[in-house]
Design a protein around this ligand. Structure first.
Ligand code: SF4
Length: 679
């Protein structure tokens, strides 16, 4: 393209939670390029997905018309026909089975306004709290854990503060691949003198930069953190004054970690005791030390304990309520923070206001003009289970793809086959959409107005650059139309009006307006129109008051290896693809680089099994079996193998376990026992 031919529209990247600011370059109604913005949060940086991953927008596979399944085949329909069918099914389902027969999956890829409207639709119109989204599979344990210990389940500090940290402790996050711009800032911090600690099951790229690298066994984070705290307490390295004035329940922590001496922990984690001691001293002696984690900590049956352990360590060393420190969960999808904030959770109305608190229900009933359910609804994992059991009759999926993303796909498939009526609203014919009765074509991020909230709680604008493709419509318009047809009178002319309603009902978003976030966005809590937003949380006091030490003992993963399933499979993401690959899989250059699934296997293990790089390998767990390609590499240890979960061919989630954390109900996607065989 010639630069004088293109229009520029500033917007927010549709991929990961960093929320990079970018200009879409538009020629006619085509997106022809992307350029980074030199402002927060990315300061001129973009990763490969942000820079080159725009080809999906104008892709010929885009859904352009509503589709209704007739005799097993999808036929094009008008919006009138499709919505009329949904309305009819809503009414007959409600009449026959009541509101609890409905369930809805909202989406971390949709805007804040769309998530708000979706949960309002589920609650005020369908009458159920059975609404959840993919945060259940990634950071539900963060929301539960940090809300308990600190009073807020979000990243405590800001992305740019990485550059001011003395120590950066990364665990359970392959940051340079999954949040590449933050990974780049970590490397810049290292160049400026910061020390890096990495605790990961794989020798990831950032491990090469680490001053201490602990190659821990998957699922042993709680033991590692307890071991580090044992050393810190024993050697008197904790922040005594902070502990005395800003925390509570230290005695319980001290008692719990007393038995976690480095030798004992080293055996559990599979690392050297000296490295645990060194990591503990490095972290504790730093003036400003930030912990950065992601799903390696959260996706476990002990995920909430893992999150609380990060918080315990930070509180012990006075690293909460300080710039360039904190506990920093890196949120995966572009708007997973916003989807949580805006109530796409079964127990929380927008702003984490509990559905079972009378004053909250009263407020929402008054504003929405409807009687609301006051008991927490079903989580994603529970919806799938109830679907299989036959008690969920109607499932509405907005922009999610559980047929690839959820654990034990055979079980998900059975559930979707059992549910009477499924609506899927998406931009492509996903694996889940194929199982629907009605498909509604949605507009992509480039075709609508709205906001996303990034991992550092920054609410940023999404701007319309081109018209919706074909007959697709923005998700908020579709949900609003449907609500109207179901006799809910209120409509909106623009998403900014939805944001006004959000601000009126959601204290942490109270000061947000489109005018105020036009330039650089604002970070919540932003309770009033005068408030400038919050760069880091818990400054003078934690949001719950005193920081709560919440210790827990290490527990093994739900599934352990044995003679039949001798290897631990751990799963995750990679730089080039995103989640279920619906978008990056349609970007030619990216797809050409990584077209198929693979499994990383250690060379010694490969030798034992007679495998060489590129061989077909059958991977079997207690739940399923896939055939994939062997990638022989020593970044994994002998008894561990790794698969990215993006791919439909050789989908890793046929193998993963549905066992959940009892508190956050997050499944243990990070540890499954498998067998490997050469095909
Ligand atoms: Fe987009 Fe994340 Fe890459 Fe930034 S780091 S360009 S937000 S995918």
């Amino acid at each position: 393209y010639r630069t004088w031919d293109v229009r520029r529209v500033k917007t927010t990247c549709p991929y990961c939670g960093v929320g990079c600011q970018m200009d879409l370059l538009i020629k006619g109604q085509q997106v022809v390029g992307v350029e980074p913005r030199h402002e927060v949060p990315n300061q001129g940086l973009l990763c490969v997905k942000g820079k080159f991953g725009y080809g999906f927008i104008n892709h010929p596979d885009r859904l352009t018309s509503p589709l209704i399944k007739k005799n097993g085949t999808f036929e094009e329909a008008s919006w009138e026909e499709a919505l009329a069918l949904i309305v009819k099914k809503v009414k007959t389902t409600k009449e026959a089975y009541g509101s609890e027969a409905f369930a809805g999956l909202s989406s971390a890829r949709c805007t804040n306004e769309e998530n708000y409207l979706f949960q309002k639709f589920m609650r005020a119109v369908l009458g159920t709290n059975n609404v959840d989204h993919c945060a259940r599979l990634c950071h539900a344990s963060t929301v539960a854990g940090l809300a308990t210990t600190l009073g807020s389940g979000a990243m405590t500090n800001s992305i740019q503060e990485v550059l001011g940290a003395d120590v950066i402790f990364v665990t359970g996050s392959n940051t340079t691949e999954t949040h590449p711009v933050i990974g780049a800032f970590m490397k810049q911090a290292k160049d400026k003198g910061a020390k890096i600690i990495v605790a990961e099951p794989r020798r990831i790229e950032l491990a090469e930069e680490a001053d201490v690298f602990l190659q821990i066994k998957p699922g042993t984070n709680v033991a590692l953190f307890n071991g580090m705290m044992h050393v810190i307490i024993k050697e008197g390295l904790m922040d005594q004054q902070y502990k005395d004035t800003r925390t509570e329940n230290f005695e319980a922590l001290e008692k719990t970690v007393a038995s976690y001496n480095p030798r004992y922990v080293a055996d559990i984690c599979g690392v050297c005791p000296e490295d645990i001691e060194e990591a503990a001293r490095l972290y504790a002696r730093a003036d400003k030390a930030g912990i950065f984690y992601s799903m390696g900590v959260t996706q476990h049956t002990t995920g909430t304990h893992g999150v609380m352990a990060t918080s315990n360590l930070a509180l012990l060393c006075g690293n909460i309520g300080k710039a360039s420190a904190g506990v920093n969960p890196l949120r995966g999808q572009n708007n997973v923070q916003g989807a949580c904030d805006l109530g796409a959770l079964p127990g929380d109305l927008p702003g984490y206001q509990k559905v079972y608190h009378d004053h909250v229900i009263d407020k929402y009933e008054k504003h929405w003009g409807k009687k609301l359910p006051d008991q927490a609804g079903l989580t994603v994992t529970e919806m799938i289970k109830k679907g299989e059991e036959g008690t969920i009759k109607f499932l509405y999926v907005m922009g999610e793809n559980p047929m690839i993303s959820d654990p034990d796909i055979n079980h998900v498939k059975k559930a979707l086959e059992t549910i009477d009526f499924i609506v899927v609203q998406d931009i492509f014919l996903t694996e889940t959409a194929r199982m629907a009765d009605v498909i509604l074509p949605a507009a992509s991020f480039a075709e609508k107005e709205g906001t996303f909230t990034n991992t550092e709680r920054r609410i940023q604008r999404v701007r319309k650059a081109i018209n919706p493709i074909g007959n697709s419509k923005p998700d908020w318009v579709i949900i609003m139309d449907l609500m109207y047809k179901l006799d809910y009178p209120k409509t909106y002319n623009h998403p900014s009006e939805i944001m006004e309603e959000i601000a009126a009902l959601t204290p942490i978003y109270g000061g947000i307006t489109y005018e105020r976030i036009e330039q650089e966005g604002l970070q919540w809590p932003c309770p009033t129109k005068e408030h400038l937003g919050t760069v880091y949380l818990h400054k003078d006091t934690c949001m719950r008051g005193l920081g709560l030490f919440k210790p827990a003992d290490y527990m093994e993963s739900a599934e352990v290896t044995d003679a039949d399933y001798p290897y631990i499979l751990t799963t995750g993401r990679m730089l080039y693809h995103f989640h279920t690959k619906t978008m990056t899989g349609r970007v030619e250059a990216i797809q050409a680089m990584y077209p198929h699934s693979f499994i990383q296997i250690n060379p010694t293990t490969a030798n034992r099994l007679g495998l060489v790089d590129g061989d077909c390998v059958q991977v079997t767990s207690r739940r399923g079996q896939v055939i994939t390609t062997a990638s022989i590499t020593d970044i994994v240890e002998e008894d561990v193998c790794f698969m990215p979960f993006h791919f439909a061919d050789g989908a890793a989630n046929y193998l993963t376990n549905t066992a959940v954390d009892p508190i956050a109900k997050i499944p243990e996607l990070k540890v499954s026992a498998v067998r490997l065989e050469k095909v």
